[in-house]
Write a protein that binds this ligand. Sequence first.
Ligand SMILES: [Zn+2]
Length: 122
Amino acid sequence: MKAMKKSEAKVYKERLLAIRARMRGDVSALASAALEKNATSAGGMPIHMADAGTDNYEQEFSLSFMEKDEETLELIEAALERIEDGTYGACVSCEGKIPKTRLNAIPFTPNCVHCASQLESR
Ligand SMILES: [Zn+2]
């Protein structure tokens, strides 16, 4: 089990709480934030190549997760429980470490990229 320290998980806890609040309340704020971001990156300065992938991913995710918010809220609750249990940051399937870049994009993801892609292809 490769969980992160509770002190590290605290940042993600705050993000999860923020996402949950946003999902329970004003979903349209999220939609406009994603669209604004889109407009900024299209017309503004080029994004660092290394960051570009993560950025797009995050944006896609922001737009797609509104369609299944019930499921997402459950994932958020589960992630908050994992933070309390001290198991956050570890993949629930293989117990491997979930990279922080992935957690930054999807703080409530229960799986590493490898397991997630296997689950999706089922
Ligand atoms: Zn895994």
